[in-house]
Unconditional design. Structure first.
Lengths: 247, 247
């Protein structure tokens, strides 16, 4: 048995998310099908982050156990040949059995692209929420996310979840042309968390919520019905962090 | 009769180019159909640059003559509602009858996006030519394009064309993440010219042609069979320049 780690990029637009489901196209399903052709065996992928329908990944990480060794470059070439053009396997590495794409991950980094004007060219990769007259307030509001917080206010209810604590290590905004990009790194993210955060931050950008009110919602630890979930197309799993010996 | 000028962005991936053709989806056809709904009349669009199949535009300019006045914001709203999500009309302006989208244009600016690594997310907007070990040589080679030159070496044969002279006003390379972007502004471009230039520059980047040989091909004024046409998806009409009174 040989364990392999994959570094995967995908355009989530035409996928029903990462996770395998019957009768629909998913990233996991697409790559597992390719693995079956390569290894003549039904293999199971585990991913660091199971992205939702329409969410992209620049640096998704997954692992699988193969019944026998094959050279990593041959696996990479075959997977790229056998999957759609909206999936690229950038790297294949042999790893030891202590590596687990999900459980070994120390942090995940996502970004969310907000288009500052309506766009045709970037519409698959960015969300245009209409005019945002208060961008500096959005930047100010996001500061309260840094550190360790109970993010219940920005999560779907998760049955059986033990706690809603997340350690946010980095929050950053930057411009790329007519795009405003929000980047966040944390040890974990709750379901829908980033899209709910962006929904709240967009309200701040529109002047419907002050940075103080945004912080109060966070600290209330209660779901807030006025916060909507921003669309999937702006969201991208950028990078997964592992301990040095697994990096 | 009222003349209107349109500023248009489109993702060319799912269009058979700008120019109206029967039975296929073209940008001109899509917008003219919307204009017919708005003005209850068959109107004709003239564009600054008739982009080929798969070529994008961030700032295409076109004009049309309407049988009667309508507020520009109403035209813009209607056109955006009536065309696909891969077309955005950013501005509608009333112009006088001396303005012609094509003949009044003083210069056109295009860029071409070269992906430095294979990409899923940006595959519709960038061309990945494989490894380019000699990027500085590409940048050096492009310098010979500045100024007034006969570009016959980088053009399809054009029946009835009087001359192949183009005045290149700007040539620029810049990086955006894992993208290498070539920007060029000239008073005019010949058919397939930029895609043939990029094909040649990619040969320089691969070490198959020196900057000197690239310059010799230009100065030979003869079509060169070793130069291939780079794919349409990397090319984008960025901006059209008009005299100040028409800008």
């Amino acid at each position: 048995m040989v364990r392999y780690k994959l570094l995967i990029e995908y355009d989530g637009t035409d996928f029903h998310g990462w996770q395998l489901q019957p009768d629909v196209r998913t990233v996991q399903g697409e790559i597992e099908q390719a693995l079956q052709t390569v290894f003549k065996d039904r293999l199971r992928l585990s991913a660091a982050g199971r992205t939702d329908t329409g969410v992209h990944a620049a640096g998704q990480v997954a692992h699988f156990d193969a019944p026998h060794f094959l050279p990593v470059e041959r696996i990479r070439g075959s997977l790229n040949a056998l999957t759609g053009r909206d999936v690229v396997v950038h790297a294949v590495d042999e790893v030891d059995e202590t590596f687990h794409a999900r459980f070994s991950a120390q942090a995940r980094q996502y970004f969310y692209r907000i288009a500052l004007q309506k766009t045709a060219i970037h519409r698959r990769l960015a969300f245009y929420p209409g005019q945002l007259p208060h961008v500096p307030a959005m930047q100010e509001a996001a500061q309260c996310l840094m550190g360790s917080h109970d993010f219940r206010a920005f999560s779907k209810k998760i049955p059986g979840e033990k706690h809603y604590l997340c350690d946010v290590e980095q929050v950053e905004w930057f411009r790329e042309g007519e795009m405003l990009i929000f980047r966040i790194r944390a040890n974990r993210f709750l379901h829908s968390m980033i899209r709910l955060l962006i929904g709240g931050l967009i309200k701040v950008g529109k002047g419907q919520l002050s940075p103080q009110q945004f912080a109060e919602i966070l600290h209330s630890r209660q779901q807030n019905n006025t916060i909507y979930k921003a669309p999937a197309n702006g969201l991208c799993l950028e990078k997964v962090y592992y301990p040095r010996h697994h990096a």
